[in-house]
Ligand binder design. Structure first.
Ligand SMILES: [Zn+2]
Length: 545
């Protein structure tokens, strides 16, 4: 009997060493666009056992994970998760920015050199060329060329940036055809499995009437509030949403929960079609659910629409991981769930609750700044080219040709911005590049999101609870957005499930750039490119040798 016990101990310790050394057959990176950290708890009582709760009850939960730069938008978020560094290094400083050479606003993944594949529209003219360093998925392909990397999303940037430069396929949704497409940067044609998926799974076939998943008493949010957008064809922002019969319904597909179902189905089809998880080397599926963001912009984080959509997304995640576990077993998968940013409550709601918050209308702000400039400098030409991402892009040629110093003009603009309601701080390019002046946490975040060539000459940040909008129309007071350095935008879920991980809650503060450095060790890779993050020690201590 004694021998048996010893044998058992020996055998199980041998097993655990053997298991610990196994790399995952498949890593699935799930980004939920605009997911706030507190959704995990606010909605938990109606979550199923094996969706988000699978991570909370059987996975590792990093409860203090935040963004460490501004601006907190989708492009920079996905790039930072997958490169393990900030926009100052990877170059994705916004979803769009003003290109100083082309004198026009460019999309972070647009690339006119390449053509669309799978559509006649121009939505495929994209590449990751603006990404200045390589991603963890690039590093995986460099080190283990037989590893496959597939990345998918509704949004182009959320598919392209996670897949990096070497992905075996990056696919996103074409709004005109309702199908998934790619660009000639990646391939000349769609793979057969995707052609087949597209022919059987058009967005139209997913569009249904959207009613509450549960009885009304189960919801914590109110359905009819003045803070939500009213869809065309509706009188109130209330359930049900009869999408097939709603005017303008085609454009509403991506804000409906059915777009999440379509993406889950595509994920499962890509695993089958690409034979992911079948070879000796680890494969990577990067996927990003865009609907939570598109819906969140229109309705805000406290709407019933968001609440119900998360109950449905919870079921999609359950379905996805059930399938992964059935196929590969829990010990052979590693699933990461996080968000590219979170979101501010609708500022009008904050104001009505007597909380700090409000709006800054950019048409007024720019006009005031221009008037003040002319009054002071008495110049003739246009000096402010445009405003993007709360940054002023100045016409350097015009300022110089009229005999003035750009740095001095930038300082003048900064001082005048600081006098305006709702502006918390402003920084000039000189301060950011040479780190002139006082450094506080906000300036540090701005510097991490700043690029000399791609960012403006003056950057400002708004007070907590404030949003910038172009014009003061009634619609400006409905719905919400993100992009700030503050916690409502920066604090996101970071959950890991699979391998030998057991339930663990980690309260150590970590940053979003720490995800990819952790994958470096799970996959035995060189740290890629300009990675600056540090690994999540509590996760690796549980897992590795
Ligand atoms: Zn957004």
């Amino acid at each position: 009997m004694k021998h048996l016990v010893i044998l058992h101990i020996l055998f199980s310790s041998f097993l655990s060493i053997a298991q610990r050394n196994t790399k995952p057959k498949i890593i699935v990176g799930i980004v939920v666009d605009q997911m706030c950290y507190d959704y995990l708890y606010r909605f938990q009582k109606n979550f199923s056992k094996n969706g988000f709760n699978r991570f909370l009850n059987k996975g590792v939960n990093f409860r203090n994970s935040t963004y460490n730069y501004v601006p907190t938008y989708t492009g920079p978020g996905h790039a930072s998760i997958y490169t393990g560094t900030t926009p100052s290094n990877h170059g994705i400083v916004g979803n769009e920015w003003f290109d100083k050479d082309l004198s026009t606003v460019v999309n972070c993944v647009s690339d006119p050199k390449y053509a669309s594949v799978g559509t006649n529209s121009s939505e495929g003219k994209c590449s990751p060329k603006n990404l200045k360093t390589y991603t963890i998925t690039d590093q995986l392909k460099l080190t283990y060329p037989k590893s496959k990397v597939i990345s998918i999303s509704i949004k182009d940037r959320s598919a392209i940036l996670p897949g990096g430069h070497l992905s075996d396929g990056s696919y996103w949704f074409d709004y005109t055809s309702g199908k998934f497409i790619t660009s000639t940067f990646f391939d000349k044609k769609l793979p057969d499995w995707l052609e087949q998926f597209n022919s059987m799974n058009n967005a139209n076939s997913y569009t249904k009437k959207w009613d509450l998943l549960f009885e009304e008493s189960k919801y914590s949010s109110t359905d009819d509030t003045p803070y939500e957008m009213v869809l065309t064809g509706k009188e109130k922002p209330t359930f049900p949403y009869d999408f097939p019969n709603l005017k303008g319904s085609a454009s509403y597909f991506t804000l409906s929960p059915f777009a999440n179902t379509l993406l889950t189905d595509l994920a499962l089809a890509s695993i089958e079609g690409e034979n992911l998880g079948k070879s000796d080397d680890s494969d990577f599926l990067a996927m990003s659910y865009s609907t939570p963001d598109i819906l969140g912009h229109s309705f805000g984080p406290y709407s019933r629409e968001i609440e119900d959509m998360y109950y449905r997304l919870d079921r999609e995640i359950e379905r996805l991981i059930n399938s992964l576990e059935k196929k590969f077993g829990k010990k052979n998968i590693a699933v990461i769930l996080t968000a590219d940013h979170a979101v501010v409550p609708v500022p009008q709601m904050l104001q009505d609750l007597s909380l700090p918050g409000g709006y800054i209308f950019m048409d007024n702000l720019i006009k005031d700044l221009k008037d003040t400039l002319v009054l002071h400098y008495k110049h003739k030409k246009e000096w402010i080219l445009t405003e993007e991402n709360q940054q002023l892009y100045l016409d350097l040629e015009n300022i110089k040709s009229e005999g003035f110093n750009v740095n001095e003009v930038a300082r003048f603009l900064k001082e005048n911005l600081l006098k305006m309601d709702g502006i918390k701080a402003a920084y000039t390019q000189e301060e950011l590049i040479y780190n002139v002046g006082f450094e506080d946490e906000w300036k540090a975040m701005v510097r991490k999101g700043y690029s000399y060539m791609r960012s403006g000459e003056v950057v400002f940040i708004v007070e907590p609870g404030y949003l910038t909008k172009s014009t003061d129309l009634p619609k400006a007071h409905q719905g919400t957005s993100h992009g700030s350095s503050f916690n409502y935008d920066a604090h996101v879920p970071l959950l890991w499930y699979g391998l030998n991980w057991k339930k663990k809650e980690v309260f150590t503060p970590y940053e979003i750039v720490d995800i990819a450095p952790t994958l470096v060790h799970l996959l035995d890779l060189q740290r890629p490119g300009a990675m600056t993050g540090k690994p999540l020690i509590e996760l690796l201590n549980d897992e590795k040798r």
